[in-house]
Design a protein around this ligand. Structure first.
Ligand code: 0A1
Ligand code: ZN
Length: 885
């Protein structure tokens, strides 16, 4: 494959409506792995609002056979990746294009490709042009009819979007199926599947009395692993109707699993395609985390049917319009499914941990971009934590500002106005504001919209002063955002007395009394809020539930944080107080270059949490888990990954040692759950705490009973009745550097070698294992040669290589630069196979400029080596060039 040396920067401000519309498409596929013939008959119209020009269609890696206009052949030329027809008629016309493509050679997994002998498509963002020439942009929406012809034995199942209208036999052992999707859609939502698949089916009747057929298609042998996905799908349907009055609009809704897939899943209209890792679940092979991820991804794709498909994006700069909103919806769904308030808080804590681990570093690194980016070279590089997770936080802030009912009104107006259209983030903002006149949002809509245009994480500083004589408490909030104009920051808050009293909030200048909790809206560089009749000196509990995606400096002392950890009524802030206590200690050790030594106050606080009779196991596990190394690095101007890792390991070991008896008690209390496996929040919490306790008990190899606990972990690993317990015990052995780890790993592989998703876990565990004298790194290099390893399958590549380069800083950042050499080699090797996945791996160096010596110059050299390759994909080129800029 040769590639052009120049890549174009696409700018949001250059958006122009298309010169032509394609209103209808009839596609015909003669499916063959080596040479599929595609015939596309399009009904084309000039866009009267745009000046005349040639018709230019996108196309990549396809061979055109013929082009007809109104049945007559017409002259055309191909320039780079476009097909140009200079003499297109002025009136509406029929355009027919016939071309071929080669699914078997399509290792990029974009467009039409084969996986395990079946055909699949992936068209978002710009994969449709790898199938046939088209106006492959989201504002061109057409009604599709799809005819598929294929060998009957190899491909008994033929699927596309919408409804099956016809099927039958053909000569030569071939058959056909014809599908029609009545909803106009952009090309990125087109999908086709052909293969030897089986389906779990369920008929459901919705509230409105309509009947639907739900189907989950997988390879033979995987059917029993689809029950959880089907249940999740049904739960999503019920939830979307109840919460947003959004029903399923199709008679048939299909979900298909595929092993080779670049992302988690894809929301093609009526035919969602899933990475098997986001679909298949069984207690024996999937962890609790897998069950919960599957539930949320199934929901996410289903919710896209309205937020993304019925109302889509005008252009790719608006990606967060559908992704931020849909992530918000899947987060709300997961919280509602968790039901109990404490389980909801656990969901929120997990989402925020994820945001801080992935999005905060992105927002301060080489790839920093606003939620609505201003420019891109390769749009696939912008399916980011900023567009998705920060975008979801922006949507959450609308809800915080207009209230839950107001948000629902805003959604209703959004669909009333825009159903069937391709729109912008501004349109969404306007609907929310117009549906809520007089609201805190509507009063400052323009300022609020800066969340879409400003990159970076705002820093909020809060300082309080208490006047005992006047019994007033003044809270001063200020914000800094790299010199950008102030953002609108909702700060949910309450005041707590040191003895745990919840103090009433009476804000000076306000007639209304707001109870014990309220939202302050910070929209200036600095603002003060004075509370009256505050009878004791309070501790402010700010940014409750993480009400805005900011970094908060509240200046609270250890004593204040301990008060919040013990007494805050907001579970998120209780957790946050514990994290802050840990963070302060880790940062002090790293900054001073001295070994970390935990103090009795912190250890005692953690002991109280662990032994607390009322707190949930899930909360305890989160509170006793130390902040992630990536988030810790974000607090520092100069980063020494080894020093951070050493401090975290020391803190972990000291917690393991100081609380040993308490860990034993926690393990005994939570390690056995009666009855069969259930992924409900209470059982999940117990398993997670038992796994943490076991890891702590195995970690301290100097303990008098170290051998006993290693033996118990091995036994538990062997006898476990589910994957969560089994993998937890295996991780305790591997991460604790136990002597039995190697034999456990071997046994695990032997047991599960036939299940690719479990083999992925086996690779990932080894790729993420704590570094000990270079052994983890050496093991990863050796595993590259393991017969089960391949770069061609994205899940497998991620399980080993991404685990090391992105999730194991101490093994990756080596003084001898071997980690960076490994990274560069793997980026280049992957780029020749799958540019999208290579582009993701390239991002492991996003934050290289903050690294201390000797890492920084070595990282630079590795990035330069990648950048020096002349025929890099635009995906990798954009990432490395931004890193070098
Ligand atoms: N829209 C999908 C994710 C997705 C994005 C891009 C892809 O290829 C470049 C594939 C899938 C979602 O949000 O679920
Ligand atoms: Zn999505």
């Amino acid at each position: 494959m040769t590639r052009e040396g120049t890549s174009t920067l696409i700018r949001r401000e250059d958006y122009l409506a298309p010169a032509f519309w394609i209103r209808k498409v009839e596609l015909c596929f003669d499916l063959d792995p080596l040479k599929t013939i595609v015939t596309s008959k399009m009904q084309v119209e000039r866009n009267a609002a745009v000046a005349h020009g040639p018709l230019k269609l996108h196309g990549e890696e396809i061979n055109v056979l013929r082009v007809l206009i109104n049945g007559e052949s017409v002259s055309f030329r191909t320039e780079d990746d476009t097909l140009v027809i200079d003499n297109a008629p002025d009136a509406d016309f029929a355009l027919e294009i016939r071309n071929t493509c080669c699914p078997e050679k399509n290792t990029a997994l974009s467009g039409l490709y084969t996986s395990g002998g079946s055909f699949f498509t992936q068209c978002e963002a710009e994969g449709f042009r790898r199938i046939t020439y088209f106006l492959d942009r989201p504002d061109v929406m057409a009604v599709y009819t799809v005819l598929m012809r294929a060998d009957k034995t190899k491909y008994p199942v033929l699927l596309s979007n919408g409804n099956l209208v016809e099927q039958g036999e053909l000569d030569n052992n071939r058959h056909f199926a014809k599908w029609h999707d009545p909803f106009p859609k952009p090309s990125y939502l087109f999908a086709l599947v052909a293969g030897d698949l089986v389906a779990r089916e369920q008929r459901v009747r919705t509230r409105g009395g309509k009947d639907h057929l739900l189907q989950v298609f997988v390879r033979r042998g995987d059917l029993e692993k689809t029950e959880h996905a089907m249940n999740s799908l049904i739960a999503s349907m019920v939830w979307d109707e109840a919460r947003f009055k959004l029903p399923l609009d199709l008679e048939r809704f299909m979900v298909v699993g595929v092993s080779d897939f670049n992302m988690g899943a894809m929301e093609n209209k009526g035919l969602n395609i899933f990475n098997t890792s986001a679909l298949l679940a069984s207690p024996a092979t999937s962890t609790d985390a897998d069950f919960s991820r599957i539930e949320s991804i199934v929901a996410h794709e289903y919710f896209h049917n309205w937020t993304g498909n019925r109302v889509t994006c005008r252009d790719w700069f608006q990606l967060s319009l559908k992704e931020g909103l849909t992530v918000f919806r899947d987060q709300e769904f997961s919280m509602d499914m968790a039901a109990a308030p404490s389980a909801r808080a656990v969901c929120r804590i997990q989402d925020v941990r994820q945001l801080r681990a992935m999005q905060f570093p992105e927002d301060s690194g080489a790839m920093a971009h606003p939620v609505r980016p201003d420019s891109y070279v390769e749009i696939n590089n912008f399916y980011t934590a900023t567009v998705y997770e920060k975008g979801a936080e922006v949507v959450r802030m609308y809800q915080t500002l207009v209230g839950r009912a107001g948000f629902e009104k805003g959604m209703t107006l959004y669909f009333e106005r825009h159903d069937g259209q391709a729109v912008t983030c501004d349109d969404f903002a306007q609907a929310m504001a117009d549906a809520n006149p007089g609201s805190e949002l509507t009063k400052r809509l323009d300022a609020f919209k800066r969340w879409y245009s400003t990159p970076g994480t705002p820093r909020v500083t809060a300082r309080g002063s208490y006047d005992a004589i006047s019994r007033t408490y003044t809270l001063t909030l200020s914000q800094q955002n790299n010199g950008a104009a102030p953002q609108v920051i909702p700060v949910a808050m309450g005041l707590i007395g040191h003895g745990g009293q919840v103090l009433p909030l009476e804000l000076q200048g306000e007639a209304e009394y707001h109870g014990n909790e309220r939202v302050l809206v910070l929209d200036q560089a600095e603002q003060s809020f004075t509370f009256l009749n505050v009878f004791v000196e309070p501790v402010p509990s700010l940014l409750r539930g993480f009400s805005a995606p900011v970094l908060l400096d509240d200046g609270l002392s250890d004593a204040d944080l301990l008060t919040l950890l013990t007494h805050d009524t907001d579970a998120f802030n209780r957790w946050e107080a514990g994290q802050r206590l840990a963070l302060n200690r880790i940062l002090a050790a790293v900054r001073s270059g001295t070994p970390l030594q935990l103090d009795a106050a912190y250890v005692d606080a953690m002991r109280s949490v662990l032994n607390h009779p009322q707190l949930d196991a899930a909360f305890k596990e989160l509170a006793l888990t130390l902040p992630g190394e990536a988030y810790i690095a974000e607090q520092l101007d100069v980063v020494d990954p080894q020093a951070i890792h050493a401090a975290v390991e020391a803190a972990q070991l000291q917690l393991a040692q100081a609380l040993r008896a308490d860990w034993v008690a926690a393990f005994e209390a939570n390690g056995t759950i009666a009855g069969g496996y259930q992924p409900d929040p209470v059982s999940v919490g117990k398993r997670s705490l038992a796994n943490l306790a076991l890891a702590m008990l195995v970690l301290d190899t100097q303990a008098a009973d170290a051998a006993v606990w290693q033996g118990r972990a091995y036994q538990r690993f062997k006898d476990a009745g589910n994957m969560t317990d089994r993998l937890g015990a295996l991780a305790a052995l591997v991460n604790g550097g136990a002597g039995l780890a190697d034999s456990a790993l071997e046994r695990f592989h032997a047991l599960f070698k036939a299940d690719p998703l479990v083999v992925d876990k086996w690779f990932a565990l080894q790729g993420r294992a704590p570094e000990r004298e270079g052994r983890t790194f050496a093991k990863v290099k050796a595993l590259l040669k393991h017969p089960d390893f391949t770069l061609k399958n994205p899940n497998r590549a991620r399980s080993l290589i991404f685990s090391l380069c992105m999730f194991n800083p101490a093994a990756f950042h080596r003084a001898d630069a071997a980690g960076y050499v490994f990274w560069a080699d793997q980026v280049l090797a992957l780029d020749a196979i799958n540019p999208q996945v290579a582009g993701r791996l390239a991002r492991a160096m996003d934050r290289w400029t903050t690294l201390t010596e000797p890492y920084r110059p070595a990282a630079l050299e590795a990035i330069r080596r990648v950048a020096a390759k002349p025929d890099l994909s635009p995906d990798v080129r954009e990432i490395v060039e931004r890193a070098l800029a």
